[in-house]
Ligand binder design. Structure first.
Ligand code: ATP
Ligand code: MG
Ligand code: MG
Length: 379
């Protein structure tokens, strides 16, 4: 037993709390939005800004263990939480993964490749680096980006001034990355506990639409060798960085079979939602196990699966599908499990839920997704 405090009240916190409550833990979440997705299922929500030190102190007082469901946690708040409660993941992991340059250096220090990159501090430096890397290349803000926000794909030298002007408004360092003409994007989630046990979930093949995750396909449609290599790299990163809890590792796979790490996330990851029904242990249960120093659960895959994200524009077609009489979600050996996050407004491109489509093969699951009307409006 005990109380787990969660900084952040989004869907990741919600699914963490649902999972952890089944294991007997109590949950308190801190989030600025009343009735947040996590607050709805937690024992209690403290409604306050993430930077609110008093609120963080209240969270610390109520919690035996503290975790976070987003990585942009204030450094001062983290320090306070560490002084007043137990934060097994520590502040170093946050410090590293909050900043793309620090993160890339940590990945390289683990002996793992990232796409060639350069730190950018002026338009002149950008011009030089774009010339060196060739186009296209990708300029990114070092902090704060998600779903492709804070990025600019530079397609010609003419764009250098505008790209620099626009992204430097974010008042953070910039990083230029060589564009990787990847064949596939993969991700692997690893868990590590304080006692040093490490386990990885099977690699997922990820398909993005408009820089937002659309589908995760497991097993990934690559060779066994590539899948194992991706899992090995994730394990190597988790061990080298001394991760506690989950670390999600996003990778690019090239046609030549090379793997480059794109970025990390020190928390449950959208591309790991497939584990909820398709693995012996879900990523959320695994995170609870890891931060509570329990033995890690088996990550064995029970069935092929495709996870489809439900964005704001997909909610109506999803609800139309749910109310169909024949929609016991069991067509032709396919089982579709719907998860909704309890968000109040179905805004365009907002993550509202996901569907895990379990089938005899990923092709059958993909055919089911293709045939269903849910993702027809993707733009
Ligand atoms: P997330 O929501 O995953 O945190 P993010 O805003 O942090 O997204 P990235 O993961 O860095 O962004 O990039 C988003 C997507 O853009 C990648 O999944 C990939 O499809 C594409 N991309 C990013 N960097 C590169 C690159 N160097 N070469 C090719 N494609 C890239
Ligand atoms: Mg990111
Ligand atoms: Mg990403």
């Amino acid at each position: 037993g005990g109380t787990i405090g969660v900084l952040g009240g989004g869907q990741l916190g919600r699914m963490l709390a649902l999972s952890g409550r089944a294991m007997g833990y109590r949950f308190v979440t801190l989030d600025p939005t009343p009735d947040s997705p996590c607050g709805q299922v937690a024992d209690r929500q403290i409604t306050a800004d993430y930077h609110d030190v008093e609120a963080a102190r209240a969270l610390a007082e109520e919690s035996d263990v503290i975790t976070y469901e987003f990585e942009n946690v204030d450094a001062d708040v983290t320090e306070l939480l560490m002084a007043e409660s137990y934060v097994p993941q520590g502040s170093k992991l946050l410090y590293t993964t909050q900043h793309r340059l620090r993160e890339k250096r940590a990945i390289e220090a683990a002996g793992v490749k990232v796409a060639p990159y350069a730190e950018i501090n002026s338009a002149a430096e950008l011009h030089e680096a774009v010339t060196r890397f060739g186009t296209p290349c990708v300029l990114k803000t070092a902090t704060g980006g998600y779903d492709g926000k804070g990025q600019w794909v530079i397609r010609s030298l003419d764009e250098v001034e505008e790209a620099y002007e626009t992204l430097s408004r974010a008042k953070t360092e910039l990083v230029l990355e060589q564009f990787i003409h990847f064949e596939k994007e993969l991700s692997v989630i690893a868990a590590r506990s304080p006692r040093g046990e490490v386990k990885t979930f099977p690699a997922a093949e990820n398909i993005h639409v408009n820089n937002i995750l659309h589908l995760s396909i497991v097993p990934a449609r690559t060779s066994e060798h590539i899948q194992q290599e991706a899992e090995r790299l994730a394990m190597q990163i988790a061990e080298s960085m001394g991760v506690i809890g989950l670390i999600a590792v996003e990778l690019f796979l090239t046609e030549e079979g090379e793997l480059f790490v794109n970025e990390l996330a020190p928390r449950p990851h959208n591309s790991g939602h497939y584990t909820m029904e398709a693995c012996k242990t879900s990523q959320f249960e695994q995170h609870v196990r890891a931060i509570c120093n329990l033995p890690l659960g088996s990550t064995e895959l029970l069935t092929p699966v495709v996870m489809g994200n439900v964005l704001g524009q997909h909610v109506e077609p999803l609800l139309d599908w749910i109310v169909q009489p024949e929609s016991e979600q069991q067509a032709d050996g396919v089982t579709a499990k719907v998860h909704l996050y309890g968000k109040h407004e179905a805004k365009h491109n907002r993550k509202m839920g996901h569907v895990n489509v379990l089938a005899g093969s990923v092709d059958e699951a993909l055919q089911w997704i293709e045939a269903s009307n849910i993702w027809k409006t993707n733009e």
